[in-house]
Design a binder for this molecule. Structure first.
Ligand code: GLA
Length: 337
């Protein structure tokens, strides 16, 4: 797969004046996609390997092997690394929240444990990780409630969020610290993300940016909603990054499983969608510092089998053989326009 002879323009070069171009990777793709990653991308994020459950599965037992391999890969190829993620309700081990009797820990213990975790992890990668998603996905998708309920809120209310930013800042005062979430362009959630970040700023929490996950599809969110979200977040005076971009071929409620290959019509729709999106992103290059895809090429995406079992998806600019798709060529035109 790595004997492709490339002569297309490099994404990282054609967008050098706008933003970094990143990809999420894992221990398999840094091998299977090495050539593609090295050619087009100047930033990477570990897909799972820096999450709590991966780094500290048992109290005090840190497992850094996979995360180290990813950081080494970045060093070898002169890439930046975004750290993902320190505080989340998912992929976090139960022991963090449990006391000796199997009940919920008190706030003091939880803070002591997360302090140990953040200091160890952020400290270890100080030289190589320039930005961290400190807190991931705490906003409730529906209703008027600001935060989703989780063990974090059960133990510490809203305070754990500011606390996490303080701890990360303590551990590496140079790291850029992000709040990261999905459905970030949805008007209801946008207002709530805005409120949370404003609250953090009012408290003096060290927050430098907002991560727009950008798990989008051919039809949603609308360009207007994306634009409004960017403007609203940027009005807080923070930098923005797209942290997990992909463009699913299927609408959110589409459950079809009949496609084995993407039809030409959908490939063209996706090309148009990417063109429009990158035009918009380029307009906001002063506030957007990085655009990271949640993968690199269609041979591997978390959207295969999710949320619909038995269905493949093709969300990227490169096909399963790592060749540029029509969407790639359209994005190149945008860069040059
Ligand atoms: C969320 C998380 C990511 C990843 C994706 C699914 O967006 O932030 O780390 O787990 O879900 O792959």
């Amino acid at each position: 797969m790595s004997d492709v002879n490339r002569n297309e323009p490099k994404l990282k070069e054609i967008f050098a004046d706008c933003f970094q171009i990143g990809a999420a990777v894992n221990p398999r793709t840094i091998q299977s996609q090495e050539e593609l990653l090295a050619y087009h991308f100047n930033s990477i994020t570990a897909e799972n390997e820096m999450k709590f459950v991966s780094l500290q599965p048992e109290e005090g037992k840190f497992t850094f092997e996979d995360a180290d391999a990813i950081v080494d890969f970045a060093k070898r190829h002169g890439m930046q690394v975004r750290g993902h993620t320190l505080v989340w309700h998912n992929q976090t081990t139960d022991w963090l929240f449990q006391n000796n009797n199997g009940g919920l820990v008190d706030k003091e213990t939880l803070y002591a444990r997360i302090k140990e975790h953040i200091h160890t992890v952020v400290g270890r990668y100080k030289e190589h990780i320039y930005a961290w998603d400190v807190v991931n996905e705490v906003i409730a998708d529906e209703g008027q409630q600001l935060l989703r309920e989780s063990k974090w809120t059960q133990v510490a209310g809203i305070d754990f969020i500011a606390k996490a930013f303080e701890l990360a800042h303590e551990a590496d005062p140079n790291a850029l610290l992000f709040y990261n979430d999905y459905n970030e362009s949805n008007p209801l959630k946008r207002e709530k993300i805005y409120r949370l970040v404003q609250l953090l700023q009012d408290q003096g929490a060290p927050i430098h940016g907002i991560g727009l996950q950008a798990h989008w599809n051919l039809y949603d969110p609308s360009l207007d909603d994306i634009r409004t979200a960017i403007e609203k977040y940027a009005s807080l005076g923070l930098q923005l990054q797209l942290t997990e971009l992909d463009v699913s071929m299927f609408a959110f409620d589409d459950k079809r499983t009949d496609l084995k290959e993407p039809p030409a019509q959908l490939i063209e729709l996706q090309a148009q969608r990417y063109e429009q999106m990158f035009k918009l992103l380029k307009e906001y290059r002063d506030v957007i510092s990085s655009v990271t895809f949640w993968g690199a090429a269609d041979d591997y995406t978390w959207l295969d089998d999710f949320p619909v079992r038995g269905r493949k998806n093709w969300p990227f600019l490169f096909d399963s053989k790592h060749q540029p798709k029509p969407a790639f060529h359209r994005v190149v035109e945008v860069a040059g326009s």
